[in-house]
Write a protein that binds this ligand. Structure first.
Ligand code: FAD
Length: 212
C-alpha cells in the first residue's frame, strides 16, 4: 500500500484504485468504437482530451485515499464537493492528542502555541472525566488537531483539486498534501500525470484564501 508522510503527523495512504491510464484510454476510444493504438497514440489522445476539456474519460479511474491532516486543512479540503468523504467522528471517538506544529514559529511563539493547545487538551480531558458529552467537549479543541477521513475521488475531480491546491496561492499546508497526491498519481497513472503536468496544470488561480 502506497503511503506518503505529510507535515509532522499527517499522511496520505492509497487504500484502493480502480482503473488507470488504460481505463481512461478505453473510455475515450469508446466514442470512436476503437481500442488502444499503442503508447504514443494513447499519449496523444490523453493530451487531446486535456487540451479540449474532454473530462469524462478521466472519471473512469477512481482512487480511495485514507487522509490524516489538521482540521484547518480538512476544512479547505472538504470544499471539493465532487468526491466522497467519511471522517472520524468526535461525537463517537475520543480525540487523539496529535496536533500540527508549523516549523517557522519563533521560539517564544512555539512555547505559547504548545501551551495553548495543551491547555485545550486538559480542559477536554477534564470535561470528559466530569461526564460532559464528547460531542460538546470537542468544542474546545484546536484547529491544529489532526483528523482522519476516507476520500474517494475520480481522476477528473482529482486533477481539479491538484490544479487548485498546487497553485502558489493555495496555503502551504494543503499544497504539501496536493504534492503528495501528485506523486501518487505519477506512480499509478504515469501517462495521465505527465499529460496533466504538461497541459493542464495552470497556476493562475486566486492568490489568497480569506475564507475556509
Ligand atoms: C486559493 C484558493 C482560495 C479560496 N478562497 C476561498 C474563500 O475565500 N472562500 C470560500 O468560500 N472558498 C474559497 N476557496 C474554495 C473554492 O471556492 C472552491 O470551493 C474549492 O476550491 C473547490 O473547488 P471546486 O468547486 O472546483 O471543486 P468541486 O466542489 O469538487 O467541484 C468540481 C467542479 O464541479 C462543478 N460544480 C460542482 N458543484 C457545482 C455547482 N453547485 N454548480 C455548478 N458547478 C458545480 C464545477 O465545475 C467545479 O469546478 C478557495 C480555493 C482556493 C484554491
Amino acid at each position: 500500500m502506497k503511503e506518503k508522510r505529510v507535515l509532522n503527523h499527517g499522511r496520505i495512504r492509497l487504500v484502493e484504485q480502480m482503473g488507470g491510464d488504460g481505463a481512461v484510454v478505453r473510455a475515450a476510444r469508446r466514442c470512436w468504437r476503437s481500442v488502444s493504438k499503442g503508447d504514443a497514440s494513447d499519449h496523444r489522445l490523453l493530451v487531446h482530451l486535456l487540451k479540449h476539456n474532454h473530462g469524462t474519460p478521466f472519471e473512469h479511474a477512481v482512487f480511495t485515499f485514507d487522509i490524516k491532516c489538521p482540521l484547518f486543512v480538512a476544512r479547505q479540503w472538504f470544499r471539493h464537493r465532487v468526491a466522497s468523504y467519511n471522517e472520524v467522528s468526535l461525537r463517537y471517538c475520543v480525540a487523539e492528542k496529535e496536533y500540527y506544529v508549523p516549523d517557522d514559529l519563533e521560539p517564544e511563539g512555539r512555547i505559547t502555541y504548545d501551551r495553548t493547545i495543551r491547555q485545550a487538551f486538559e480542559v477536554y480531558d477534564r470535561f470528559l472525566a466530569e461526564g460532559v458529552r464528547k460531542e460538546i467537549a470537542r468544542a474546545v479543541l484546536p484547529l491544529a488537531l489532526y483528523t482522519e477521513f476516507y476520500w474517494t475521488i475520480n481522476v477528473r475531480s482529482l486533477m481539479n483539486f491538484l490544479h487548485l491546491r498546487l497553485a502558489p496561492g493555495a496555503q502551504h499546508e494543503i499544497r504539501v498534501y496536493a504534492q503528495a497526491l501528485l506523486e501518487i498519481l505519477e506512480e499509478t497513472m504515469p501517462v495521465t500525470a505527465k499529460c496533466f503536468q504538461e497541459n493542464a496544470l495552470n497556476p493562475q488561480v486566486p492568490s489568497r484564501e480569506d475564507g475556509p
